[in-house]
Design a protein around this ligand. Sequence first.
Ligand code: MV4
Length: 448
Amino acid sequence: MFKKILIANRGEIALRIIRACREMGINTVAVHTEADNNSLHVRYADEDICIGKGPAKDSYLNIPTILSAAEITDSDAIHPGYGFLAENAHFAEICESCNIAFVGPTPGAMRRLGDKIEARKLMKEVGLPMLPGSDGPVESEDDALRMAQKIGYPVIIKASAGGGGRGMRVAHTDVSLANAFQTARSEAGAVFGNAQVYIEKFLEEPRHVEFQIIADKHGNCIALGERDCTVQRKHQKLIEESPSPIMTPEIRSKMVDLVIKGAQTAGYHTTGTIEFLVDKHLNFYFMEMNTRIQVEHPVSEMVTGMDLIKEQIRVAAGEELSVKESITPQGHSIECRINAEDPDRDFMPSPGTITSFHMPGGPGVRIDTHAYAGYKIPPYYDSLLAKLISYGANREEAIVRMLRALEEFVIEGVKTTIPFHQRALNKEAFKSGQISTNFVELLMNNKI
Ligand code: MV4
């Protein structure tokens, strides 16, 4: 097992990783910026190193600086968390060449799955259900037109290196397709340095359902059920839950077999998530695979009893999975992302000092946060302040507990998304589970 892990991240996830390490007897190194000097991850770690001023590109994204910090502290592994360098294959490669274990996939597996065209090809061969689309890159406007006419409108052009909704354009007619193709291509080139795009049938009003898997280097791979992340705004998830309210045991069992086959075929040996779009008839379509631990991993932990971070560290160190069979979710868990944003002002970021901070507690409530009373939220990073997670014997109990916890939560000094969550969870559409990815928009425009 590793003796010392450097956490190349900040905020709640850095703290979450430090807590797992503490329980495992692994020493920790926090890296931080001047702006994050007073963050809890710095206080909880055994050692800490300042790696820059505020902006991430000069600190949490600076590969040479982070590797120097790992060398100086004699760390034998780096945990990247999510975001920042977590899906950077070049970083994983450099860690490898410095003899520092990267807690995540091999650079090869990360590259294969990070390229959406490659991932689509691989998962299609394995037998995962796909929306009709191109089997490779679309190279020209004529190519795009031919494919679109074969698939039928509406279609979506997506960047092969994409993610977070960048480099993505929908077209409803031949005329709009030419423009969609060109703008998706140039945006993909500008944002990702890779202009390759592909085309798919555009699914209207889908749900987002994703499967959590974990694999070791001994041939074991298991699934930990699914998460429903349909409640999003501008590709930022706001509420996640497990299990999905629309899942059936039959569909889950079929999907679990397929995602495990997919991960094994990709040579995958860590935690990962396979994302699907779901239509109103409960047809599933592969969307993409995420090769990191995700923000919303706690809801899977709550319904499976597995500590995903500890397990991820164990498999990175070459150990076998502690559980060899897939786990069926028990009970129900919901996560609300408490962001320092003003829902009344189009979710505008609200950095500043938290003047008072009282966390909820009691049965079935978990909070992952790096914040506290007096904490100053820096303006440089994402606005996630806390993850409020509820657990109940069933969905109704998880919702009631979440509403009770949201009521108990006091955060003063900055605006937060707490009022948004209270509104959302009280909506009949949410309670009945009858929603699609347009739920937040409908809610904010008072259309439901
Ligand atoms: C789609 C789609 C409909 N049809 N692909 C959004 C993020 C990116 N990873 C892919 N996305 C979508 N791909 C096809 N063929 C709709 C979306 C989409 C979406 C998906 C999940 C959750 C929220 C969303 C919001 C807008 C668009």
